[in-house]
Write a protein that binds this ligand. Sequence first.
Ligand SMILES: Nc1ncnc2c1ncn2[C@@H]1O[C@H](COP(=O)(O)OP(=O)(O)OP(=O)(O)O)[C@@H](O)[C@H]1O
Ligand SMILES: [Mg+2]
Length: 208
Amino acid sequence: MRGKFISFEGIDGCGKTTQVKLLEEHLKKEGYDLLVLREPGGTRVGEKVREILLDRENLIFPVTEMLLYASSRAQLVEEKILPALSKGQMVIVDRFVDSSYVYQGYARGLGLEKVKIVNEIATKGLFPDITVYIDITPEEAIKRRQGKKADRLEGEDYEFHKKVREGYLRLVKDFPERFVLIDGMQEVLAVHKMVVKAVEEYLKGAKV
Ligand SMILES: Nc1ncnc2c1ncn2[C@@H]1O[C@H](COP(=O)(O)OP(=O)(O)OP(=O)(O)O)[C@@H](O)[C@H]1O
Ligand SMILES: [Mg+2]
């Protein structure tokens, strides 16, 4: 049987990486065979693309940015995700195609149509079975970042974070069958419990 494919989404600092790690530990204890990957990156080529994307010295135009993300994603899908899913492994990704819809399509204003066309090629039409969207306010994101050195994308201003959140909330509304919205304003373990509940409910339903 094909493995399940789970993605985590949300604005910078909402707790994706923290929650992916906790869910990974939980599911491994439950005996699941898992592969955890991050975007951009997750492959040798993808990690190189990631360096280009995060480097503050780089002036990257929105179209270039869209294509760089898509190239990292194409490599990840072909090299890691599809082979793992076909072996029956569960795959968890820290960001996937929705990040491009929201960041490049919506917040940077390229439009969803362009992002859709490019990403259909990059992912071969693959979408996550379930997407955990962790919702926090832009104010909270900035608070959590204080004192840390920001990379090129994290250095974006408040208005940008606000737009990104709006974009995510639209996607959640448009694709309710795939998205679960989790309140990320609560403390780490409380968020973890909600994530586990949502994922387990999905897995139970999917087995039937
Ligand atoms: N529920 C929470 N409450 C308070 N702080 C949190 C919570 N979850 C995560 N944090 C803290 O917020 C910061 C960002 O968390 P994390 O790196 O998991 O976010 P992220 O969504 O992966 O961010 P990025 O998009 O930049 O990779 C970390 O310092 C983390 O310890
Ligand atoms: Mg992270």
